[in-house]
Design a protein. Structure first.
Length: 211
């Protein structure tokens, strides 16, 4: 069944949803090729973000995770970099993907999902809604001795149930500072903090740089 634009099946396999998403994205490439020569790189990338990535990453915090099949992740990566190669007129794949991300100032799929998921986690914690998720996060968020500003999500159980806890799926948040815990951080400050953490092209001053 389809719920809010995301296709679910009884086994919670995301293959059907991902393949449908990729099909939609591929249908947009023809138009993008036609308009590329009429626009600057920055203008073209804004259209890619609005018309292409909005489709590719819709609901990705649900279906793109560590449990997604490697073969499907590979297809998503390929789809992600196709419009970036159009933007840089790199039709023979000579530019490495890492360099493309820096040149176009666009995060790769995994960095983007981590950014989006971290934003949702912080907002859940700040607003305590839904409350059962807030309690789950609060019970598994610890501070390291003598370093009260460093948060840790970790597994406190060796059993399978413990390993499936939500904290284990959020270990990437260990790289964040904890300025958001118990403080009224603005949405702009939150976005800046997350971009500095997860987007390689975002430098320490909060400005974007080109390779």
């Amino acid at each position: 069944m389809k719920v809010l634009g995301v296709t679910f099946d009884c086994n919670l396999s995301w293959e059907q949803h991902i393949r449908r998403t990729l099909q939609k994205c591929n249908s947009k490439l023809g138009v993008l090729r036609k308009i590329r020569k009429l626009l600057t790189v920055d203008q073209f990338l804004k259209i890619v973000t609005a018309q292409y990535y909005s489709v590719l990453y819709y609901g990705s915090v649900v279906w793109l995770s560590g449990t997604t099949k490697a073969s499907l992740k590979s297809l998503i990566n390929t789809a992600h970099f196709k419009p970036l190669r159009l933007a840089m007129n790199d039709f023979h794949k000579r530019i490495k993907r890492e360099e493309l991300s820096l040149l176009c100032k666009r995060a790769n799929p995994i960095d983007w999902v981590r950014y989006s998921l971290a934003s949702l986690v912080i907002k859940t914690y700040k607003h305590r809604e839904p409350f059962y998720l807030y309690l789950c996060l609060n019970e598994t968020l610890y501070t390291v001795r003598r370093k009260p500003l460093i948060g840790r999500f970790f597994d406190n159980s060796k059993g399978k149930v413990g390993k499936q806890k939500i904290c284990n799926k959020l270990r990437f948040m260990d790289s964040l500072n904890t300025d958001w815990i118990g403080k009224d951080i603005s949405n702009d400050a939150l976005r800046r903090m997350l971009k500095k953490t997860f987007f390689p092209y975002f430098n320490e001053t909060g400005n974007t740089t080109r390779s």
